[in-house]
Ligand binder design. Structure first.
Ligand code: NAG
Ligand code: NAG
Ligand code: NAG
Ligand code: NAG
Ligand code: NAG
Ligand code: NAG
Ligand code: NAG
Ligand code: NAG
Ligand code: ZN
Length: 909
């Protein structure tokens, strides 16, 4: 699932708590084998959107029990109609049923005891309204652009725990069972499920209704079962190159058919690429891709019936950014990687969510590189993931990616960007640690061995260990499961200290948790198993990422003779390609040697691009915490004018901008002067924004130019604003600017332009119904420096009765907060309307808002007053602490380090 809607806050550090009793789990006494599901769907206008059905569950008793407990939520069940029959046909009475709302259990008490290993068939009838909130079995709609008629449709979103709102079931991922789905609906509609239709027959009583039975589905977790009833248009894909010649079809509303080409064609290619990579054939005969007008997440990997949010599925090159296309391609590849990680091999329980999201994210990156080599995506994506990870995890609220989850709410919260990113970086670490051969041998064994089963992370590590042993890839004293547990069962990351003995060619090493705040006693003792790979200046080879040594646990200072003795005027460097997620601090002399190489024009590229970015990231973090000086950190930036690649630029500009946002007054002016100087050579390298050269199709260049133009206009460099103003004056001219840069120019022209320009864009916004355009305009309008006109717009958005119009509020606000012009007034607007926002937006959206308006600003808002103002608003209250924590970190930096930072900057202006 591609699902960045929730975020974590809990401070739980789940080290070794795997066997805690979890009252939210089903009693482990009954094993479902097969579900026979029949559902009749009614889509007769806005007030008649409902379904009714019955499920027959074949199960086996594992341990004698006097009740059957399964999941059901928000279903109407007539318990007098429930039947329970044993294998021999004998019926057993249900004497009482009860609902446990908190645990979402439906409990049927039986007369006597069901004996061990006996098999039963349980039949439960149920009905409910189709859900309105895109979960469970839900309805959605679209309007025909010609007839203006509204069409309703229904589809499922069961992951992670919404299956139980659609039919009673044993809704835990390890309880795999076979399914036979039969759907009833009006003949005008199409019914889809995981498998193809086997046969259809007329409904017994309802005229023009049919029942269509689908072929049986292989043993599956309940959250992957899917069905839909709709009247969308279908688009076939070219035949896929898979072993079973899997047939692909895509479904969408008629008006977007023309824009579906990219995903329609890309999907079968990803499936066949992954099939070859994993050497395990995709077992189903067809895949339907369903583009839903509304979707709770971006997409969902249901086996054989992948669903997408429509806006994430269709793409129009003349209207949308190249990076949007890459993000859609990434989503497609991610969902199809799940066909193996999650679908074929299931999770034992949601605590190990990373075990399906990590590999799916990582293998999607590899897929993009294989199928779209010109894009150069994986390096950019990994570079961004690393930067984000190192940033997020140095604040004292990081949690383990594998951790105990209990109720539905905590299961859903587990789907955080953090789990996806760190999960992916963890897979990458295993890959680079073991090398291609061992890693893929292990992955293939793992898939074969656990196909149709369910696993915990120790199964993955065990298979990796076995492959490593077979190929002698690890030293015998290294236990992979111990090593990897230190990365997955605790949050945070280590800083490795390296002090060289220049005479002997040896190093002293030690590790400690890296945090921007003071550490608790427990934290100062935390420890990781750290693979150590040294690169030596002579013949530096950043491709050899397998470990030469290990830093072990429990912690101890360690002396290490390097394999190859470096000369005393040569640098050494740890962690080639940043293959593992730790920071490094060297003694100052070694830092200076590295900086010398960066600054020498022939050799700066000797250092891998991911390391060039990481060196600056590390050094800036070390300077923040006073472990190195800002003088040293900034001296590294002197090489940047020659840096050709996006990643190092992107990393350092993001970091510096974060610093800059904290500054005021004179400090802020010095900072701006420094940034103008820094960005100038980057901007000078780029073509004029409306020139032929800017129309490039090269993804890496587009990304580089976007960074350059946006930073140049941000710091009002040279002619950036003049260009923007002259282009922004007339609609026709701005539409001439290549789509990939239009938003940047438009934003600058709104920021520095006239009220008329703002009003004219506002008109276009109000007049348009195209989602991607409206989003772009909302963002650009948020660049305004005139708060009274912005406020009018914000009020208009909040007062709108239309559900979607309100969602643009966040887009505008985020844009305004990113600039300093009216950030304070905007923050005030947010706080004044907190109640409306709390109802409307997700926990994660509110968190990000709060972190920006409180964490990053100088808002003088007093903590007590804030608490009062936000009282009773659960999402705000939940994240206020984290925001205040970050504000404290920033205030500390301002008090203690900003003078140093500014003094170092001043030497360059
Ligand atoms: C149902 O049976 C299980 C296993 O025998 C037991 O642990 C559980 O407490 C029972 N539930 C109720 C509500 O009686
Ligand atoms: C299901 O939820 C809806 C909306 O919250 C509510 O109106 C309805 O009464 C619920 N139905 C049952 C059977 O709980
Ligand atoms: C969605 O609505 C259903 C009832 O239709 C309710 O049970 C469920 O809690 C809601 N989920 C969310 C995330 O709001
Ligand atoms: C479709 O049109 C109706 C009536 O004009 C409107 O209320 C509704 O919001 C529209 N739905 C969508 C999905 O655009
Ligand atoms: C089914 O389609 C026919 C022909 O297009 C139409 O006249 C009829 O109203 C539709 N019925 C329903 C229930 O959608
Ligand atoms: C893409 O958008 C443009 C401008 O709105 C439109 O003219 C064109 O038809 C769209 N392309 C496709 C394939 O629909
Ligand atoms: C490292 O790998 C890259 C990509 O595979 C290759 O282009 C480069 O030549 C290699 N460098 C060395 C020193 O082996
Ligand atoms: C609004 O859209 C309509 C139809 O697309 C167009 O005719 C009209 O000129 C637009 N008005 C404005 C103010 O852009
Ligand atoms: Zn996923």
């Amino acid at each position: 699932m591609q699902a960045f809607l929730y975020y974590f806050t809990s401070l739980l550090l789940a080290t070794g708590v795997l066997c805690i009793y979890n009252p939210y789990r089903l009693p482990n006494v009954i094993r479902p084998k097969h579900y026979d599901l029949r559902i009749l769907t009614h889509l007769n206008g806005r007030d008649q959107l409902h379904f009714e059905g019955r499920v027959k569950i074949d199960f086996q008793v594992q341990q004698p029990t006097n009740n059957i407990t399964l999941h059901a939520k928000n279903l109407t069940i007539d318990d007098s109609q429930i039947t329970l029959s044993a294998h021999n046909g004998l019926k057993t009475n249900i004497i009482k049923t009860e609902l446990n709302k908190e645990k979402e259990f439906y409990i049927m008490h039986v007369a006597g005891e069901l004996p061990e290993s006996e098999q039963y068939e349980l039949m439960i009838p149920f009905k409910a309204q189709l859900s309105e909130n895109d979960t469970g079995y839900y309805w959605s709609s679209y309007n025909d652009s010609f007839t203006e008629k509204t069409h309703y449709l229904a589809a499922t979103q069961f992951s992670p725990t919404f299956g139980r709102t659609a039919f009673p079931c044993f809704d835990e991922p390890h309880l795999r069972a076979t399914f036979r789905v039969t759907l009833g609906y009006h003949r005008n509609y199409t019914g889809l499920s995981n498998t193809p239709v086997r046969n259809c027959e007329a409904h017994e009583t309802l005229e023009n209704y049919i029942w269509c039975e689908h072929e049986p589905l292989l043993p599956t977790s309940t959250y992957l079962v899917a069905y839909s009833v709709h009247n969308l248009s279908s688009v076939p894909s070219p035949p896929s190159d898979t072993i079973h010649n899997v047939r692909f079809r895509s479904w969408m509303q008629p008006k977007v058919v023309g824009e579906s080409e990219f995903c329609v064609n890309f999907a079968p290619k990803t499936l066949s690429y992954l099939e070859q990579l994993f050497e395990y054939p995709f077992p189903l005969s067809k895949v339907d891709q369903l583009a839903m007008p509304t979707h709770k997440f971006s997409a969902m990997e249901n086996w054989g019936l992948t669903t997408f949010k429509q806006s994430h599925f269709v793409h129009n090159d003349t209207e949308e950014l190249q990076q949007a296309k890459e993000s859609k391609a990434q989503t497609v590849a991610h969902e199809y990687a799940h066909q193996w990680f999650g679908n074929l091999v299931a999770l034992n329980w949601w605590n190990d969510l990373w075990l399906k999201e990590g590999p799916s994210t990582y293998f999607a990156y590899l897929t993009l590189d294989a199928l779209m080599p010109d894009w150069g995506s994986s390096q950019r994506l990994i570079g961004n993931d690393l930067a984000k990870f190192f940033q997020d995890d140095m604040i004292n609220n990081s949690i383990a990616i594998s951790r105990q989850v209990q109720d539905s709410k905590s299961v859903l919260e587990q789907f955080s960007p953090y789990v996806y990113k760190k999960g992916s970086l963890t897979m990458r670490m295993l890959h680079l640690l073991l090398g291609d051969e061992v890693f893929f041998l292990a992955i293939r064994n793992y898939l074969k061995r656990h196909a149709y089963g369910s696993v915990t992370q120790s199964e993955l590590f065990g298979d990796m260990q076995q492959a490593a042993d077979l190929k002698d890839a690890l030293s015998p004293d290294i236990q992979l499961s111990t090593v990897m547990d230190s990365w997955t069962l605790q949050g945070g990351y280590p800083l490795v200290h390296v002090v060289r003995d220049y005479e002997r060619g040896s190093v002293q090493l030690n590790q400690s948790l890296f945090l921007l705040t003071n550490k608790s006693k427990e934290q100062s003792e935390s420890c990781w198993w750290i693979p150590l790979t040294f690169v030596i200046q002579q013949n530096a080879n950043f491709n050899e990422t397998q470990p030469q040594f290990w830093l072990k646990c429990p912690r101890a200072q360690q002396a290490q003779q390097l394999l190859k003795k470096p000369k005393s005027d040569e640098w050494i460097m740890l962690n080639p390609q940043v293959n593992s997620i730790y920071r490094v601090n060297y003694d100052e002399r070694n830092w200076q040697l590295i900086i010398q190489t960066l600054n020498s024009s022939e050799h700066s590229n000797d250092i891998h691009v991911l390391n060039r970015a990481q060196l600056m990231d590390d050094l800036m973090a070390l300077a923040w915490t006073n472990l190195q000086s800002y003088d040293l950190a900034l001296s590294m930036l002197e090489y940047l004018p020659r840096e050709q690649e996006l990643l190092p630029w992107n990393t350092i500009l993001n970091l510096l901008n974060n610093h800059g946002e904290l500054l005021r007054g004179d400090q802020s002016s010095i900072f701006r002067a420094f940034m103008q100087k820094l960005v100038s050579p980057l901007y000078a390298r780029c073509p004029k924004v409306n020139s032929v050269a800017a129309r490039t199709k090269s993804s890496p260049l587009i990304a580089l130019y976007r960074l350059a133009y946006s930073q140049a206009c941000r710091y009002q460099l040279d002619d950036c604003i003049d260009q923007a103003l002259s282009l922004g004056q007339f609609t026709e001219q701005i539409e001439e600017v290549p789509i990939n840069f239009r938003d940047i120019m438009s934003c600058a022209s709104i920021e520095h332009g006239t009220q008329e320009q703002f009003q004219s864009m506002l008109q276009r916004f109000k007049n348009s119904t195209i989602e991607s355009r409206k989003t772009a305009w909302a963002k650009e309008l948020g660049c305004s420096r005139n708060f009274s006109q912005l406020q009018e717009f914000l009020d208009y958005l909040l007062q709108s009765t239309d559900k979607t119009t309100k969602t643009y509020y966040l887009v505008v606000v985020n844009s305004a907060l990113q600039r300093q012009n009216v950030a304070l007034q905007t923050a005030d607007h947010v706080l004044q309307h907190a109640k409306i926002l709390n109802d409307k937006f997700s926990s994660r959206e509110i968190k990000s808002l709060l972190l920006t308006i409180i964490g990053n600003s100088h808002s003088q808002l007093d903590e007590l007053k804030l608490r009062q103002q936000l009282k009773g608003l659960d999402k705000f209250e939940k994240h206020l602490g984290a925001a205040l924590h970050i504000r404290n970190i920033n205030l500390n930096w301002l008090a203690q380090r900003s003078v140093n930072f500014i003094a170092a900057l001043s030497k360059y202006i």
